[in-house]
Design a protein around this ligand. Structure first.
Ligand code: SF4
Length: 401
């Protein structure tokens, strides 16, 4: 097992360590160049720089699911101007082909145009790294590309998240974990002494060893409500950048109308000294940055609020199955009740560890296989929406989920 010590960001100086820059109103490409113009990128000269956008799902530009391609384009150009060797890499959620995801969101196109390498970070074996002070995990399997680059730049989209409150620069680094090792973070037992979900503590553990050297947060179009993939688009038109990913996340939280201290993985990490989330200790430029804030709807605590005829039993599922179910309900919710009685609530189960499930439950994903005799079972890890509909209806569908 390898050791990986979090390094001090070379872009963090006395003046920029807890300084965050915001730009709005110029469009995604110029906003990104503008925030980066405030940061001395010269330490990247001659270095191998890995840009890590959020391209973990197959989604279209403007859906607010993946990073806006023009933000990534500007980051490529800025680091190349500084003399860096730039690549773009991602390890997507279970069941997604990352090259298809890059293509769909437009990042493949901007990379081709610039002759910039695109890396499927799952293509080679992962590397086990130690998490010395881990509370929820003491080992993580990360993509080898992360170790082979000198600098990592986290480029997430501003999104609310059903299980972690928000997903921004710190959480985006979960896409550096190799293949299905990401899934393990959703299957952890409770951490003794903590009320927080173990996924949030595990993200903080990850941040103890794996932090970006610079964070560029794409707030061109964010996602409110049922993030990270089934929420509503919220136009903001901003880009945020900073050397401290926690400070950048804290500023992004405030722009989304959320208190960063209420986001468990940020609060736990700040307590451990990994970064600063106290806005009174962060210098934000320009000073009128809060004029650009828009309040994002929080994720509902109970999914039945959004889908009143459905009860979802969720035991330690991962976001791949959650996204599958949420997108499935959004797209096929109306059709569903052609196959189930209208006057009875539909029960859907996802995740591992259910003790008992009501008769007739729709069990989605391999984690629910042991309950297949309770109702209808849809295999897959995760299954796609078309497979769920096909299993329910017995008819083929051309929806790719
Ligand atoms: S079946 Fe679903 S919840 Fe289980 S590991 Fe696969 S994607 Fe995650």
């Amino acid at each position: 097992m390898q050791k990986l010590s979090p390094r001090k960001s070379p872009f963090s100086t006395e003046s920029t360590g807890t300084c965050v820059f915001v730009s709005a109103g110029r469009g995604p490409y110029e906003n990104t160049l503008h925030v980066l113009s405030n940061i001395d990128l010269s330490p990247s000269r001659g270095k191998r720089v890995l840009l890590k956008p959020n391209a973990g799902r197959v989604a279209l530009p403007g859906d607010a699911i993946t990073t806006e391609a023009q933000v990534v384009a500007a980051a490529v150009d800025a680091f190349r101007d500084a003399g860096a060797h730039v690549s773009i890499g991602e390890s997507p959620i279970a069941g997604v082909n990352v090259l298809e995801a890059f293509e769909s969101c437009g990042i493949a196109e901007i990379a081709r145009h610039r002759n910039c390498p695109l890396i499927d970070m799952d293509a080679r074996p992962g590397v086990d790294i130690e998490v010395p002070n881990g509370l929820a995990v003491n080992c993580l399997k990360i993509c080898s590309d992360v170790l082979e680059h000198d600098l990592i730049i986290s480029i997430p989209v501003m999104k609310m998240h059903m299980h972690t409150g928000v997903t921004l620069a710190v959480k985006n680094m979960k896409g550096c974990l190799w293949k299905r090792s990401k899934v393990k973070l959703h299957m952890l037992p409770p951490v003794i002494g903590y009320d927080e979900k173990s996924i949030n503590i595990a993200i903080s553990d990850m941040a103890g060893v794996l932090r970006p050297d610079l964070s560029i947060i794409d707030g061109t179009v964010g996602m409110q409500g049922l993030g990270p993939s089934a929420g509503e688009v919220k136009e903001l038109g901003v880009v945020v950048a900073g050397a401290d990913p926690f400070a950048a996340d804290a500023v992004a939280c405030r722009l989304m109308g959320t208190d960063p201290k209420m986001i468990p993985h940020l609060a736990i990490s700040a307590e451990r000294g990994y970064g600063v989330i106290d806005l009174d200790r962060i210098t934000v430029s320009p000073t009128n940055w809060q004029d650009w804030a828009k309040v994002f709807d929080k994720p509902p605590e109970n999914l039945s609020i959004s889908f009143p005829n459905v009860t979802i039993f969720d035991e330690s599922s991962c976001s791949a199955c959650q996204s599958t179910v949420l997108l499935f309900l959004k797209r096929h919710g109306d059709k569903l009740f052609d196959y189930f009685p209208k006057d009875v609530k539909l029960n859907i189960a996802i995740g591992k560890g259910h003790k008992n499930l009501p008769i007739g439950t729709l069990c989605i994903g391999n984690c629910t296989a042991q309950h297949r005799d309770r109702g209808i079972f849809v295999k897959g890890c995760p299954p796609v929406g078309s497979e769920i509909m096909q299993t329910i209806s017995g008819n083929p569908s051309d929806d790719t989920g």
